[in-house]
Design a protein around this ligand. Structure first.
Ligand code: ADP
Ligand code: MG
Length: 147
């Protein structure tokens, strides 16, 4: 249980689709905040992986999005929603190795199809909701170890 969290902290970051130059900015800022708060290293690692993958998906697939975080003495809740094409078949998208990333994205090293599975793997609660033509919402909760 981190020592510095005695109240709730929340905030959000804008994510701009196609902005590969600043890719990882939101998840990096959140990681810095968690480090400052003295959060357990393993919790930071899991949060960083999950939020980075969610952020990259907004950058790769959507026009714009937002990452909202809410830190309490119990854990971290993250919501990433975007204005994008949405996902037609969520079950398929959740499969390891499934990717629709175009070649130019793959050439940058993205598109391994492991983002959504890794978000789920690193979260205690993972929810995905998507409406084709509107966008996608990812909600993740990572609990702090309780005493
Ligand atoms: N925010 C999103 N908006 C639209 N489609 C998405 C989004 N996130 C994921 N997808 C779809 O789900 C697929 C799998 O995503 P992911 O597991 O992160 O793998 P990758 O990004 O490497 O393709 C993507 O290729 C894409 O088709
Ligand atoms: Mg991805």
């Amino acid at each position: 249980m981190p020592i510095n969290i005695d109240k709730e902290i929340e905030g959000s970051f804008q994510i701009i689709g196609g902005n590969f130059v600043n890719a990882g900015e939101a998840s990096t800022q959140l990681k810095l905040l968690l480090t400052k708060l003295g959060v357990d290293e393993d919790i930071i690692r899991r949060t960083a992986i999950a939020t980075f993958e969610a952020e990259m998906n907004v950058i790769i697939y959507a026009a714009a999005g937002r990452m909202h975080y809410h830190i309490t003495p119990r854990g971290i809740s993250i919501k990433v929603d975007d204005m994008g094409p949405g996902i037609e078949d969520i079950e398929l998208a959740m499969q390891e190795g499934y990717s629709t990333a175009p070649d130019w994205v793959r050439e940058m090293g993205w598109g391994a199809g492991m983002g959504l599975p890794n978000m789920k793997k690193n979260s205690d609660i993972f929810k995905i909701d998507s409406v084709v033509g509107e966008g996608t919402t990812i909600e993740m909760v990572i609990n702090f170890p309780q005493q």
